[in-house]
Structure formats: C-alpha cells, structure tokens
Design a protein around this ligand. Structure first.
Ligand SMILES: O=P(O)(O)OC[C@H]1O[C@H](O)[C@H](O)[C@@H](O)[C@@H]1O
Length: 530
C-alpha cells in the first residue's frame, strides 16, 4: 500500500456562527416566521418549482416543497462562501489531509476517477495513488468475474460491519435486477452468533466463498465472525483457504495473521463509510459483474464533477447540504425521514444513517472546541409505501415537523401490471398531502399541511444512477459538515463503548463487579444468573 504526501489545509475557515450571513439568516427566519406557507408561496410565484428544482447527473431533485424561499438560498450560499465550502471541497478533492484528527487525506472520489485523469491542483502522490486504485480495481473485478464463472461457488458470505457492510449490502439489494441468477449472497455483520449460525446452517464448505471485509482488520465483531467461519470451514473438511476466503482490507498483514492470503487492498484515505467504491464493493461486483460495477463508478464520478464544477446556486449537493443547515440551525428541526419508494432501496435509510450521523454527529470544531449550534439531525426511515402504514401518521399530524425525503424511480424493472403506477402515485400523494393538508372542522380529521418534503427522482435504478445518488449524499454530508466546521471524517465517538466491552467481557465469566456502577453491576449479575 502506498503512502502519500501529507499536506494540511493551512487557513482555518470562518466558523459558521461568526459569519455575516449567520445573523442575517436568523433575521430572515424571524421575518419568515411561522407564517411562511407553501401553498401561498406556490400561489404567489409561478416559477417556484423551476427555481427550486434541478436536474443533476442521473438525478432530478425537487426542493420546492421545502420551507424556504429563493432569498433563503441566496443567504445560505453566502454562508457557504464565508465558511469556505468551495475551498474545503477543493482541498478534499486534491488530496489535502482534511481529516485532521487522523492526519489523513479524504479521497474516496479517487476511487471513481478515470485512470490517468489529473485534476487541477492535485497534490503530489495523487497520480500514483490513482494508478494503484486502478490496478487494484482491475484485479478485484477480474477476480469477481472468475467467481461469477465458477459454478462450484454457489454461496458468497460477506462478513463485515458498519462501512464494511452497509454499502455493499444496500447496493446489492438495490441492483437486484442486474444480478445474475443462481448464486446466493449472504451478509453477516452482527457479533450475535445467531446471525452467522443461521447462514452457515445452509452451506457446504466446498461451495462457499467467504469475503472478510474490514478496513482495519481489528474490528472485534468481524474478527470473531471470521474466526468462526474459518473454524466451521475446517470442521467441514474444507482445506483450500486461499480459494474459499478473501480479505478486503488495508491491513494485509492482519489478514495473513488469520491465514487469509487472497487479499484486495485499499488505503487509509478511504473512510469506512465511503468505501463501497473500493475492494469493499467486491460482493457487489460478484453480484452485478465488472462492467456494471464500472458503470456505478462512472455515475458517482459524474456527480463528483458536478459537485466540483457547478456554481453553488446550481450545485445539487451544495443546495441539499445548505437546506440541511437551514432546517437544523434556523428552523430547529431535529430529524429527517428517508422514504425510498423502491423496495430495492430498503437498506438505504440504514446506509444513510451511518453516512450522515457518523460523519456529522460531532460536538466540537476542528480545534476540539465545543460548537454552540446543532449538527447532524437524526435520520430514520423505511421504504414507501410501508412507512405510510406505520409512522406517516406522525409526519402528517404529529406536533413535530419532520422533513420527509422521498426517492422514486421512474421506470420499473419488473413486468407486473399496475404496481409501479400505484407506487409512484403514492410517492406523489404523500408529498402533496404533507404540503396541502386538509381543512376539517373535526380536529382529529384536520391536516394542517405546510409540511416539507424533498423529492429525488431517478430515471431507472441502474448502477450509474445508484452511484450518482450515493455520491450526491456523500457530498451533501460534506457540505453541511464544512459549514459546521467539524471533522466529518473521524468517528471517535464509537471508541468508548468498544473499550468498555473489552473490560466487561471477562467480568461476565468471572462475575467480578468491582468498580462498576450499580446499574451495570446489577444487569451483569442478572445476565450471569440466566
Ligand atoms: O472496516 P472496519 O475497520 O472493520 O470498521 C467497521 C466500522 O467500525 C467502526 O467502529 C466505525 O464506527 C465504522 O466507521 C467502521 O465502518
């Protein structure tokens, strides 16, 4: 694995609450007050839909049913400029070490950049890294094609957690229509043995390929599952570990220590939650094939170029990221609901939860000082129409306003008559109902309306469109993180629980509760009693 020249961003951008735009946005919010009404806004401005919607690469977005105006956007763009969002973006894209707490560059965009393509401002080392990216990609895709051609491998078990699980799992489900029939793919992430045991129960060693996916190759859940899989394989009489196990990791030595010598590497400048495009995407490549995997990368690259080049006012990731800042810091909304109107996107909410909440769930700025404003909202959701029959009640009539985000796909890939029109009609109807509401004398039947939604529309759920959609979200999260002045690329908040679990595990065996708080001690004793 190559090491790259490290160079940090030298000028600290202005913190958002110290910009000129920040108090202007607060004043603007007070002027809009709670009187702003989407119905009136549309009635008084025939161009509202055109002004607040746009086509971006492979994705159309309607932002017009949100509680904002053209003036809000102008002020937010001023905020982005004062916070140096374009400069921060360019620093990321050229390979600067913007992940300052880990002294690392953030270059997942390199994973989808065409071979040999230099970008203006590339730092030394980026070109060489791009060559390594493509050498690894070629090797990984060639391997995927060999697996696809190998009739003896009927089952692929992908073992990984967090960023080493959510991306490939979400994408494999989303691109089901592109998947060659016949081979089963299983995803095991939880350390809970129920998960692995249930998968192993249906397998035969000689017909199974295990992919062990872990950036660090130290994550305890994945190591425990990998060891159990290896033990099961050997107990079943399996011998050829090199043929039946492959590791996807930056830690080739760690894989070798476990006896796994078939490896596909990536680099420390790929964050776990941004690693779908790397060797971590191998199960997807096995599912959809090399050409389709490259199409996904091309779709993401098209979005990268849009993010890099489009002016802020027509830059979709920027517009969405700024909308998120508006809702969080000026409207006070604490959560956002994700409703993909496509069954294939059923794991997208979980994927986006890690992307957004692990990236921007931060309480200190780059210098480690607490920030006096809110950062990441809570993301949650379920596919439509299912969510409609569960929690949409609260979106329509609850006391809190929760912006809804709908993704719909124009063309279906199945041939069942009637379904798709019903699905699309429901997506449209929910956004419409939230906005329009319905006046009824009976309070229980009254819908207040004026509730916000964003609508993303893909032409078809192709690998390219999925790549563009995911890259859109990555950059949107970057934009709000850049405005907030936080490090979107570390995740120290997951460490403490891991440390405490290491202390508690032997106590479960020994029963030693010395020094534990009374609640933990009480629970631990009950667990032992059971
Ligand atoms: O890929 P790994 O090194 O096994 O890490 C898996 C996951 O676990 C960590 O605790 C982080 O919270 C995630 O960002 C990461 O994706």
């Amino acid at each position: 694995m190559g090491f790259r020249t490290i160079s940090t961003v030298t000028t600290m951008p202005t913190r958002c609450d110290q910009t000129v735009a920040w108090p202007l946005l607060h004043a603007h919010r007070s002027r809009l007050g709670d009187a702003f009404d989407l119905r009136t806004a549309f009635a008084s401005d025939p161009h509202r839909f055109d002004a607040l919607s746009q086509q971006a690469p492979l994705c159309f977005a309607d932002l017009s049913k949100n509680l904002w105006t053209a003036e809000t956007e102008t002020l937010l763009q001023r905020l982005a400029e004062e916070c140096g969002v374009p400069q921060q973006r360019d620093a990321m894209l050229r390979g600067a070490a913007i992940n300052q707490t880990e002294q690392r560059a953030v270059l997942h965009t390199l994973l989808r950049r065409p071979r040999g393509l230099a970008l203006p401002g590339d730092l030394p080392g980026v070109a060489a890294d791009l060559e390594r990216v493509h050498d690894t990609l070629d090797a990984m895709l060639a391997y995927a094609e060999r697996v696809r051609a190998d009739a003896a491998i009927t089952d692929v078990v992908h073992i990984g957690i967090g960023g080493s699980d959510l991306g490939p799992q979400m994408a494999v489900l989303a691109l089901e229509a592109q998947r060659a029939p016949g081979r089963r793919l299983h995803f095991v992430s939880n350390v809970d043995g129920h998960e692995l045991a249930a998968v192993l129960a249906g397998l035969q060693a000689q017909h199974t390929l295990f992919l062990i996916a872990s950036k660090t190759f130290t994550t305890v859940e994945t190591m425990t599952n990998a060891r159990s899989a290896l033990a099961w394989f050997q107990a079943q009489g399996g011998q050829d570990v090199a043929r039946h196990f492959a590791a996807l990791t930056t830690n080739i030595e760690g894989a070798a220590a476990l006896g796994i010598t078939t490896t596909f590497g990536f680099w420390d400048w790929v964050g776990g939650r941004y690693s779908l495009w790397s060797a971590i995407g191998l199960p997807l490549a096995i599912a959809i094939g090399a050409a389709a995997f490259r199409e996904m990368l091309a779709g993401a690259f098209a979005m990268d170029e849009h993010f890099r080049l489009a002016p802020l006012a027509r830059n979709l990731p920027v517009r969405l990221g700024l909308l998120d800042v508006w809702y969080r810091n000026f409207m006070g909304f604490g959560s956002r609901c994700i409703a993909p109107y496509h069954a294939g996107l059923r794991r997208l909410p979980a994927y986006l939860q890690q992307l957004e909440m692990e990236s921007n769930g931060k309480r200190v700025d780059m210098a480690g000082q607490p920030v006096p404003y809110s950062t990441a909202p809570v993301l949650w959701g379920e596919p439509g129409t299912n969510g409609q029959h569960a929690f949409f009640q609260m979106l329509h009539q609850g006391t809190d306003i929760v912006p809804l985000e709908i993704m719909a796909v124009r063309r279906a890939t199945h041939a069942l008559p009637g379904h798709h029109a019903q699905l699309l009609a429901n997506a449209l109807a929910q956004a419409q109902a939230l906005m329009l509401g319905r006046t009824q004398a009976d309070g229980h039947r009254h819908f207040p309306g004026n509730r916000p939604s964003t609508f993303l529309l893909l032409d078809a759920l192709t690998p390219g469109a999925l790549g563009a959609l995911v890259a859109l979200y990555e950059h949107r999260v970057f934009v709000s993180g850049a405005v907030w002045g936080i490090n979107s690329f570390d995740q120290w908040g997951v460490e403490l629980g891991k440390v405490l679990a290491r202390d508690l595990e032997p106590r479960l065996a020994s029963g030693d509760v010395a020094g534990l708080d009374p609640s933990t001690a009480g629970l631990l004793q009950r667990m032992r009693a059971a």
